[in-house]
Unconditional design. Sequence first.
Length: 129
Amino acid sequence: MAKTLLYIDDNQIDIAIMKGMQDKYLAFDAVTYSTDAEYSIRYIREHLQNEDELPDVIFLDIYMNPFSGWEFLDEFMKIQHLIGKTIEIYIVSFSILPKDLIRSKQYQQVKSYYTKPVTRETFTSFKIN
């Protein structure tokens, strides 16, 4: 089964790092990069009935402006039940604040919390065998 990733982060350097990891390790069949969390949730809403257009995995930065990853998660919670497939969300953030880790656990769709930079081991754990 093909795995697709949507990487949402407003930092171009982090996007470049993630592109380099994907180019080197090919952990996903396809990756879409977005610097706009609000656009990304809008896209998901518009494609609820077309599973092929939706990612299997989302890597989400939580501190973005003007629409944060937390806001993305709040909006995702509202539509999650309308999505015909499971989308796993992983927070990827520079924040090491305990309050952020605790808050992330309030969202059932968040599978894990990773600090940046994402390690090769973390990234390749998603690789399809």
